[in-house]
Design a protein around this ligand. Structure first.
Ligand code: PEP
Ligand code: MG
Length: 575
């Protein structure tokens, strides 16, 4: 039997199914006499403390064994634990209902989960797994149940679970769990993110799968295509064993390209750089052969904490990355892009009907110039140590660009007066992620040093399709002609002014889009570190001339599926 879900991590795995039992913790409801309510609350607080301590330990282990970005997932759990809205509601329930702590934890958690489930936002729905994970941990401490583990697994298996919490995923033994499949989740759910960095082939969002599978069934997981085959025929097993071998060979082969240049077969050079969220990611970028950083998402420095990061803290973080890449390789630092789906609880931002169209990024920075100036000071100071470029996000009008530059000028004057060193010629560019800017690119090109096209947002605004809403994901079309025309227009306008154009949206690392973008004249491709080497391999196989013919042909088509299959066919001829 063949089933289809969402590809979470590519690669192939074959083996027997292991069913992770649904470990629902049973909770009894009991009355607590008034005089014992304080000690019941204290018991809850102790469990809270133990859970937080345990999470700190898991976080540290994850940081060491998997990576810093994945470890941050547990910072998010610690934040949920320490969120006064959550723990406050539990304490309030113990007191007002005069009931035991376990019952209060369960009721409050269920209320939150119900609220999450009703939200029309895939990202929030996926965060439900985090909350369930945190509440189970709390309940285990309250009930004295030892930590649930996956230690029963003694042979190589494919793990099937309704959902895998991030801490389940962190505990997976990569030598035993060769693949996993879950009923729920999407590409941005934490377990999917972790599967990608642990390189465990995984398929998620496979509704009803756990109910269909039996322990010991022989299974093939095709993480690349998002497919699962249960008890397949011998010839399919044979085919997938071959696919598995060539996948591994290909990965090893790619490693040879780490220090090669990104140059087409007819000598056209492009830059393949990486997107990062923190200094640790920069190391991964280096080991994957990135030629610089095309997008440093600085908002991660501001998240998962209680107050704004200081100038000094930011300076250290920016300097660390810049030093790693030296004077040769550029590091594009994007000023704060908060808002949309990225909130800062401590900033007390207004609740909005349409956060993606609301008070975010440069709009907030031009309003809260105190925050903006601190960041600009830190970026300028770090610019003395390498090749930093500054980039403003979510620019919609020329006035915003000029306003941001005015603040930058004030900060520069301050530093000059204080005799603090910085790069006086630091380049300043903008993200092109609002269609208004793409349309007006000729005017903007006169006032910036470079553009970086943010397709993640540009596509959602062009197609009016929320990038986090899976219900309208069919409209989220990178290869829609409207999107391609906007991109082509931006590149042309910039080149007329002698300015370079980068792309830092996910589309830049998409191997089907790459030949088109190359043909349209894109100068720099910024992507997740793991995409750099596959992209380099493709660039080196292609001629620029061929890419331009592909782009020209594609601009005459109007159906994204037709465009996709045309490019794939053309690529097959070359590779
Ligand atoms: C984009 O919008 O394409 C982009 C790179 O920025 P973010 O994904 O952070 O919104
Ligand atoms: Mg964006």
């Amino acid at each position: 039997m063949e089933y289809t879900g969402i590809s979470a991590a590519s690669g192939y795995a074959l083996g027997p199914a292991f069913l992770l039992q649904d470990q629902q913790i049973k909770v009894a409801k009991s009355e607590v006499p008034k005089e014992q309510l304080n000690s019941e609350i204290q018991r809850f607080e102790e469990a809270l403390g133990k859970a937080a301590q345990e999470l700190e330990g898991i976080k540290e282990r994850t940081r060491q064994t998997i990576g810093p970005e994945e470890a941050e997932i547990f910072s998010a759990h610690i934040m949920v634990l320490q969120d006064p809205e959550y723990s406050g509601a539990i304490k309030e329930m113990i007191r007002s209902e005069e009931r035991n702590a376990e019952w209060a934890v369960q009721v409050v958690t269920d209320n939150f989960l119900e609220l999450f489930a009703s939200m029309d936002n895939a990202y929030i729905r996926e965060r439900a797994a985090d909350l369930r994970d945190v509440s189970n941990r709390l309940l285990r401490h309250l009930l004295g149940i030892s930590t649930q583990s996956l230690t029963e697994i003694t042979e190589k298996v494919i793990l099937f679970a309704y959902d895998l919490t991030p801490s389940d995923t962190a505990q997976l033994d990569r030598d035993k769990v060769v693949g996993f499949v879950t009923n729920i989740g999407g590409r941005t759910s934490h377990s999917a993110i972790m599967a990608r960095s642990m390189e465990i082939p995984a398929v998620v969002g496979m509704q009803g799968m756990v109910e269909k599978i039996k322990a010991g069934d022989f299974v093939i997981v095709d993480g690349s295509e998002g497919k699962v085959f249960v008890n397949p025929a011998e010839d399919l097993i044979h085919l997938y064993k071959e696919k598995q071998i060539s996948y591994e060979v290909q990965r090893l082969e790619l490693k040879k390209l780490v220090s090669q240049r990104s140059i087409t077969s007819d000598g056209h050079k492009v830059e393949l750089v990486a997107n990062i969220g923190n200094p640790q990611d920069a190391l991964v970028a280096v080991t994957n052969g990135a030629e610089g950083i095309g997008l440093y998402r600085t908002e991660f420095l501001y998240m998962g904490r209680q107050e704004l990061p200081s100038e000094e803290e930011q300076f250290e973080a920016y300097k660390a990355v810049t030093v790693m890449f030296g004077k040769e390789h550029p590091v594009v630092i994007r000023s704060l892009d908060i808002g949309g789906d990225k909130a800062l609880p401590y900033l007390d931002m207004p609740k909005e009907m349409n956060p993606f169209l609301g008070y975010r990024a440069i709009r907030l920075c031009l309003d809260r110039t105190d925050i903006f100036r601190t960041q600009l000071r830190a970026i300028l100071r770090a610019s003395a140590y390498g090749n930093i470029k500054l980039m403003y996000p979510m620019i919609a009008t020329l006035e915003e660009l000029r306003g941001a530059n005015k603040v930058l000028e004030v900060v520069k004057q301050e530093l000059l007066a204080e005799e603090i060193d910085f790069n006086k010629d630091m380049e300043v560019g903008i993200m092109v992620e609002i269609p208004a800017v793409a349309v007006m690119a000729d005017r903007f090109a006169k006032e910036v040093d470079f553009f970086s096209i943010g397709t993640n947002d540009l596509i959602q605004y062009t197609m009016a399709a929320d990038r986090t809403n899976e219900t309208v994901s069919y409209l989220y079309q990178p290869l829609n002609l409207a999107v391609l025309r906007l991109i082509g227009g931006v590149i042309e306008a910039a080149h007329k002014e002698g300015k370079r154009v980068a792309m830092c949206g996910e589309m830049a690392g998409d191997l089907t889009a790459l030949p088109i973008l190359l043909g349209l004249g894109l100068d720099e491709f910024s992507m997740s570190a793991s995409s750099v080497l596959p992209a380099r391999a493709l660039v080196r196989q292609l001629s620029w001339e061929k890419a331009r013919t592909i782009a020209e042909a594609v601009l005459k088509m109007d159906n994204p599926l037709e465009i996709e299959s045309f490019v794939k066919q053309e690529m097959q001829r070359i590779t």
